[in-house]
Design a protein around this ligand. Sequence first.
Ligand code: ATP
Length: 454
Amino acid sequence: MAAETDVMEKVVALTKRRGFVFPTAEIYGGMSGCYDYGPVGAELRRLIRDDWWRTMVTAREDVVGLESSILMPARVWEVSGHVAGFHDPLVDCKKCKGRFRADTLADARCPERPSKRPGECGGELTEPRQFNMMFKTVAGPVQEEGATVYLRPETAQGIFVNFKNVLESTRVRVPFGIAQIGKAFRNEIVVRQFVFRLRELEQMECEFFCVPGTEDAWFEHWKAYRLRWWTELGVRPSRLRLRPHDKEELAHYARGCVDVEYRFPFGWKEVEGIASRTDFDLKAHQTGSGKGLAYLDETTKQWVVPFVVEPSAGVDRCFLTVLVDAYEEETKANGETRVVLHLHPKLAPTQVGVYPLVKKDGMPERARAIHARLATVLRAAYDEQATVGKRYARMDEVGTPFGVTVDSQTLVDGTVTVRDRDTMAQERVHEDALLGHLAERIRTWKRADDGATA
Ligand code: ATP
């Protein structure tokens, strides 16, 4: 476990060094629960979102997209149950003033004596009290109750309140889903484990509306469909599992819930939740708003409030999963260590680096021309700084799967060296065949260990 914790520290250091993640407002000392994503990290997140959107919306005939507002009237959150129930139990240590979630004390550490759990250090803990995790603010200049708004703690409610709009303005018919990606805000009591638990987070959620009675079949469909997405991102199947919730964990209205969990260095943790939510949300908003949220069933000619199955994943947790899973420290044949991210090429912020061996003899011009051609199709970068060895090391650390080097032989016969990030093997390919060669290797890429090992 010590070595695994070490991996986490190394991943955090790498993300800072290479421009994936920076502490928010670092020059002012940072802000807990918030992180900024640097140039490479922003690109990785965009690719994660795009892949989710492609799988959930573009590739399906039965799901459409939505972008709802982050700010919503307080009424929405009263009706959804969040004002009364979006709580975590909070306890304080009377001695060190540390704050902890009462339900995760077993995983917590005393800030003053990290070898002890809270309460084991001689400090007395207060009785748990409920702490609402929604950020509350006021719209407009007058601080009156009517203007209270909440930053959404999940994107789902924005979907429910638009159910009728989507049904009436598009050709979708039940069963269908509405998907959205967007920021959500949770005033988490304890923020730890880097971007795993944030106060400003991003979610990728789909509410799938189905005919009552068919929800169990759709629940099975979504469990399989979503787990496959995670493995198709290149994440090792041996580190992924589906964990069904116990009866006590289930919300009172839920028929079932399963978490997709990833085995992080700090244990198995939820990266996505898939919940069978019955008609609870739509019925609550129907009552709360006074607007009918049923659809007309063409066969029975009855008005029906659909049941809902919800797959809900976090962009930030997916980002961390992909990085931790891809990270490897290897000892090369010459005894040197190299750090490499075995990212799936579809998620690599840069897919190919193009390098002139030296900055003379026309090599930079030739390399720039090759780069320009590749960049029409691939995420390509041109780099002529430092030695080729250093450029390869950088490429490995940001997970660039292919490096193309222009050398003196290129000037003679038009071939370049293609270096593979994963195996470090090099082969010569003619520049005219390069684009096709790389496209094929990206298409057929498989992780070297094929996910078999932990
Ligand atoms: P946890 O039990 O870890 O607090 P949760 O059950 O409250 O998570 P959900 O409400 O099911 O999480 O949210 C769906 C997804 O949103 C989670 O699977 C996770 O990927 C992401 N998510 C939730 N809370 C956070 C957070 N504080 N920081 C980052 N991602 C989060």
